[in-house]
Design a protein around this ligand. Structure first.
Ligand code: BDR
Ligand code: CA
Length: 315
């Protein structure tokens, strides 16, 4: 079955790999995915760069037919926090590509999400950045909740804690009010937290496997990951960087690579020290109803095998 998706994203090298994985899975006689659009959001870098990066990735994958809709330039209530210290000033430093010539299809991502979901059955949402666009879409049309089979998100941390503060993961921290709206919405949620993504490390041999594809997308992935993993190696003393966002798309393709638990997740929106923390009720300490499947484990070798295989399909 071909699954219809919208990818909401703030590229980001790891977002870029997730998008290329999705484009690879959309190739062939029996595509696994149909990508209805990319929606950009401010996060890792400001909106002009995340939109430009979406357009560049569509050109790299030879998929300029996929519309890119620009989204929110700032979180719902807070000042934008960015992560150039991780991703470089463009967000996808390490890629060697010309500036895109394709233009955006629209500048209201939330409206695009609403229109697409209300007019097309079974659209899965994949979110790789702050949840601002999704919260705005929920505000515009609450009935989208009943029409979306699943929203798979990269965000939050559980036992792993945070990466932008001791308690908060970047995507949730940037727009905690939006994240809280999504977790309280009734949407069917699957969450890929730092606990999972820090088990999917881009070691040098894994990066080499992309380079050895001998293709433009393979070289782009290897170049971006060479840049991206420097920060994490220094910070965490790991063999490479955690490949966060591709876990979302990999889950759609091979869910058995992941395991977790259906639990309640609430988002802290008021505390000074814990702003943006995802409070995961793993041991059922409260009576709060489960609202999310929180993943905790990944088969990292299987995950990288899947990535290389689908990115190979891009030629
Ligand atoms: C998340 O934040 C961003 O830096 C990455 O692209 C990923 O979506 C990880 O915390
Ligand atoms: Ca991201």
């Amino acid at each position: 079955m071909t699954r219809k998706i919208i990818i909401d994203t703030d590229p980001g090298q790891d977002d870029a790999v997730a998008i290329l994985l999705a484009f690879g899975a959309a190739r062939g006689e029996q595509p696994e995915l149909e990508i209805l659009g990319l929606t950009s959001v401010a996060g890792n870098v400001p909106i002009d760069f995340t939109t430009r990066n979406c357009l560049m990735l569509c050109e790299l994958a030879d998929r300029t037919d996929v519309p890119v809709h620009q989204g929110a330039e700032a979180p719902l209530q807070r000042k934008l926090v960015t992560a150039e210290h991780v991703h470089g000033p463009t967000g996808i430093d390490g890629i060697d590509r010309p500036e895109p010539t394709t233009k955006v299809a629209g500048e209201n991502a939330a409206q695009f999400i609403v229109d697409t979901v209300m007019n097309t059955d079974d659209v899965t949402l994949c979110t790789l950045g702050p949840l601002t666009n999704i919260a705005k879409a929920l505000e515009l049309e609450p009935a989208i909740v009943g029409r979306i089979p699943e929203l798979v998100l990269m965000g939050g941390g559980h036992f792993a804690g945070g990466n932008i503060t001791p308690m908060a993961e970047f995507n949730v921290f940037v727009d905690p009010q939006a994240a809280a709206a999504v977790f309280e919405s009734g949407l069917k949620l699957v969450m890929m937290p730092l606990d999972v993504t820090h088990k999917a490390i881009s070691t040098p041999p894994r990066i080499d496997a992309f380079r050895q594809l001998g293709t433009a997308p393979g070289a782009a992935v290897a170049g971006m990951l060479d840049f991206y993993h420097r920060y994490d190696i220094e910070r965490y003393g790991a063999e490479g960087g955690p490949l966060h966002d591709p876990c979302v798309v990999a889950y759609l393709l091979e869910p058995e690579l992941f395991s977790g638990r259906e639990v309640n997740v609430s988002v802290e929106t008021e505390s000074r020290l814990c702003m943006g923390a995802t409070v995961v009720d793993w041991w059922r300490a409260t009576r709060r109803e489960p609202n999310c499947v929180v993943m905790s484990e990944v088969d990292a070798d299987g995950f990288y095998t899947l990535l290389v295989d689908r990115i190979r399909r891009l030629g």
